[in-house]
Design a protein around this ligand. Structure first.
Ligand code: ATP
Length: 799
């Protein structure tokens, strides 16, 4: 049985037994299994003798059943017509009992199309270029031949590296390795997984003894270059999974260097759900007259038929609200959310952790440590529902999370191929799934590209009533936490930069991005600058530049905010601390609670986040509505109006520039409400006269807004004048002249000093009762004044 070592490698507990025998001779390079075997002495035990007999029988069967050449492109008979499984059993293949037991223990009995197409050819020693839809079982299509080849060669650790599987990401490498340990559990073959992010020295000790390695390209090359005793010169079989991604990731050079270390005479298998031209180019360099197995070549759709795909047109400034609302409406689902950059993941994760959309949120991106990535990966695998994984494209390829209900692409992918891989994280194998793509209005041409590539998507709108605005909440979160504000700035900058760097300028229009509104939607006061370097980040240089361009008022506000935040600054967490790994609702620490209690908790959480609890129960059907009058798959105008709200920051300043800002003086508050009442009355009157309600409303509101502050100042000066007049009259009644009074004052004991009159502290200069009556009088005076002016204007308009 295989056992795991500390560094995650798997070794056979009994592999040493055969080593001494195997090391006596190495198989010659690029021999067919049949040719390679005779030079290799085998053990003498009965079991070994039985295995020898089995191997001989297998080789005979492979020659008879698998060696016939096939056409350059093979499409299976029922390509794309039905379930992934064919009627063919693994047991029918010429493979060892050990592998069969491993497959059956993992519940693999029947083969999928790509397996039944590729495995027999691979067993016969052919090079293969294999293309099949996401989730169609490509992993077994290359693992079974890889294990079998080594078994038939009686390969041991003394022979060096016999088989290597190259994967573009650590997560995928880890997953392939897990499948390998299941399928190969009965074999006495040592296997390991080597990926970046671990100690090279620790791995160096182990790799020299490995017969099969699953590796990321960079780390593999590092070992080939630097690890003493690591010998790949006798390699039998090279597998490149997600070959196109390996090239996209810029691993071309690395792959070519790796190939320099490998024998020319070897078998090579190359697999992906999307094989494009660059893969064929690599294929020419790495493969010898390959068989092209393209299972879904003639299928109606390039994506699984059990996948329902929709898209929504979401303006950039509504994206975060829409994503939050989507998760809230699908709180019991298992969802993967893709965004363009690590920094967006970081920000959304921290923000959503605070605002709690409903499902537990998790984050996965390339800036996490390996340990953390693996932990999150494992945790998301194990969660069955009520969880949302926010991630970058590192989780887009190959990873096989079970039972994912929804894939949401919050940012448009760079290519159709990326789209196909992302949505492929759901509807895997025989299960169903759904995907939603958010497109900016300027990105709508991407739909045509999808349709041209045989990817059917339907236009859907989000129901307006189900989209909640979290902008105000985000602004508060940012005001409270300097760290999250910093993340928001970085998320903004990295997204904008990513759009600018996109190659497809027909889809990605950097100029069309509503940057200020986008920044506001993230809770930021204004858009961070996007410069050539250190873009949008809080570098000293950027801060200085920003300050220079700001108004004096803005600078003062920022200063106050910074001071406040300095007081509240939470202790900074180390990026890789274990606390950060904890989920919002870790399943292990959860006590079993009743339905009622769960609901109460949900309500409490929702009200804490300032959200109405009733909405939390909304279902996906409540959230989505089909765009009417649209042909399936065609573009639509899916606009998502979201209620405009007055955004008041913690420091009291209003956020949106076109908002009506109320006068905040003690008298002003009253005046404002009365003015609003007047405006209402006038509106009713005007609608009778037939003026457009909207234009009138705008006019009166503008008028009121500009007048609020000047009226308040006017009121104060009138009160002052009236008081002075009253005092003068009182004195005149007493027969005292102003100058006499002054003289008197200098001679008599000094009266208590008159309070200084400052703006907004009018009542302090007069007795309280008097002040109150004055305020109401002044307010009504102003109203009369305004009313007269408004009516005279209306009279002019409607005369
Ligand atoms: N023959 C089979 N019988 C039952 N389940 C299978 C079989 N083959 C594969 N599966 C299951 O189907 C799922 C998808 O398989 P796999 O990850 O190999 O797909 P893939 O084609 O490599 O997908 P991707 O293109 O996304 O990498 C896995 O959960 C796997 O266990």
């Amino acid at each position: 049985m295989a056992r795991k070592t500390n560094n995650g490698n798997v070794k056979s507990a009994r592999k040493a037994k055969a080593n001494s025998v195997a090391s006596q001779s190495r198989p010659s390079l690029r021999k067919s299994p049949r040719e390679a075997r005779p030079g290799k002495p085998r053990g003498l035990s009965n079991r070994r003798a039985a295995e020898e007999a089995e191997i001989r029988a297998l080789e005979a069967r492979i020659r008879a059943e698998c060696s016939g050449r096939v056409a350059a492109t093979t499409s299976t008979a029922n390509a794309g017509q039905g379930p992934a499984l064919t009627g063919r059993l693994f047991r029918e293949l010429p493979i060892s009992e050990r592998t069969l037991r491993g497959l059956e223990a993992s519940k693999y009995v029947k083969m999928t199309e790509i397996q039944s197409g590729a495995i027999p050819l691979a067993l016969s020693g052919r090079d293969i270029l294999g293309e099949a839809r996401t989730g169609s079982g490509k992993t077994l299509a290359f693992l079974v031949p890889a294990v079998e080849y080594l078994y038939r060669q009686n390969w041991s650790k003394m022979d060096g590296l016999g088989s290597v599987i190259v994967s573009p990401t650590r997560e995928l490498a880890y997953q392939i390795f897990q499948v390998l340990t299941n399928v190969g559990q009965e074999h006495e073959i040592s296997a390991g997984c080597i990926v970046g992010g671990r100690s090279l020295a620790e791995e160096q000790h182990a790799v020299a003894n490995m017969s099969i390695l699953v590796a990321t390209p960079g780390r593999l090359l590092q070992h080939l270059d630097e690890s003493p005793g690591f010998d790949a010169s006798a390699l039998l079989i090279l597998v490149i999974d997600e070959a196109d991604r390996i090239l996209d990731f810029g691993f071309q050079e690395t792959m070519h260097n790796i190939l320099q270390h490998l024998p020319v005479q070897r078998q090579t298998l190359l697999f992906s759900a999307t094989l494009h031209n660059s893969v064929h180019r690599l294929g020419r360099a790495a493969l010898r007259s390959p068989e092209v197995i393209s299972v879904h070549h003639n299928a109606k759709s390039r994506t699984p038929e059990t996948l329902k795909q929709i898209y929504m047109v979401v303006p950039l400034e509504k994206k975060v609200d829409t994503l939050f609302s989507f998760l809230r409406s699908h709180s019991q689902k298992k969802t993967i959310v893709f965004v363009s950059t690590c920094k967006q993941v970081r920000f959304l994760y921290e923000a959503f952790r605070k605002l709690k959309p409903g499902p537990a949120v998790m984050e996965l991106h390339g800036r996490q440590s390996l340990t953390k990535r693996m932990l999150i990966f494992q945790q998301f695998m194990e969660r069955e529902r009520a969880v949302a994984l926010l991630c970058t494209d590192i989780a887009a390829r190959g990873v096989d999370f079970p039972a994912v209900d929804w894939v949401v692409q919050a940012d448009c992918p760079d290519t159709v191929d990326s789209y196909i891989h992302r949505v492929g994280r759901t509807a895997r194998y025989e299960s169903t799934g759904k995907s939603a793509l958010f497109l900016l209005p300027s990105e709508k041409p991407f739909v045509d590209k999808l349709l041209q590539a045989r990817v059917g998507v339907r236009a859907i709108n989000a129901k307006q009533s189900k989209v909640v605005s979290i902008q105000q909440k985000l602004a508060s979160v940012l005001a409270e936490s300097g760290d999250i504000r910093h993340l928001a700035q970085r998320a903004f900058a990295s997204y904008v930069r990513s759009v600018r760097l996109m190659k497809d300028k027909d889809i990605f229009d950097f100029q069309a991005l509503p940057k200020a509104a986008f920044a506001e939607s993230l809770g930021l006061a204004d858009a961070p600058e996007i410069g050539a370097e250190g873009e949008g980040e809080d570098t000293e240089h950027n801060k200085l530049k920003k300050r220079k361009n700001q108004s004096a008022l803005q600078r003062l506000k920022d200063k106050i905010r910074e001071k406040k935040q300095a007081g509240k600054q939470a202790p900074k967490q180390d990026e890789d601390t274990e606390e950060e790994l904890e989920l919002d609702q870790p399943p292990s620490s959860k006590k079993k609670v009743g339905k009622w209690e769960r609901r109460q908790r949900r309500i409490a959480a929702a009200s804490k986040a300032g959200l109405e609890p009733a909405k939390e129960a909304a279902t996906e059907e409540d959230f989505l509505e089909l765009v009417e009058g649209q042909r399936e798959g065609l573009e639509s105008q899916a606009v998502l109006p979201i209620k405009k709200r007055l955004k008041i920051r913690k420091d009291g300043s209003a956020q949106a520039s076109r908002q009506h800002v109320f006068f905040t003086g003690k008298n002003g508050a009253k005046a404002s409400s009365e003015l609003a009442q007047l405006a209402d009355e006038l509106r009713a009157e005007v609608s009778e006269k037939g003026e457009s309600r909207a234009s009138f409303l705008r006019r009166v509101q503008d008028d009121l807004a500009t007048r609020d502050s000047s009226d308040a100042a006017l009121s104060r000066s009138r009160i002052q004048k009236r008081h002075q007049t009253m005092r003068r009259k009182e004195r005149a009644a007493k027969g005292v002249q102003d100058n006499e009074e002054l003289d008197c004052e200098s001679e008599s004991p000094p009266p208590s000093p008159a309070p200084q009159q400052t703006e907004g502290s009018l009542e302090d200069s007069v007795p309280k009762r008097k002040a109150a009556s004055s305020v109401s009088k002044i307010a009504s005076l102003d109203l009369e004044d305004l009313e007269k002016k408004a009516l005279s204007r209306l009279g002019g308009l409607f005369a």
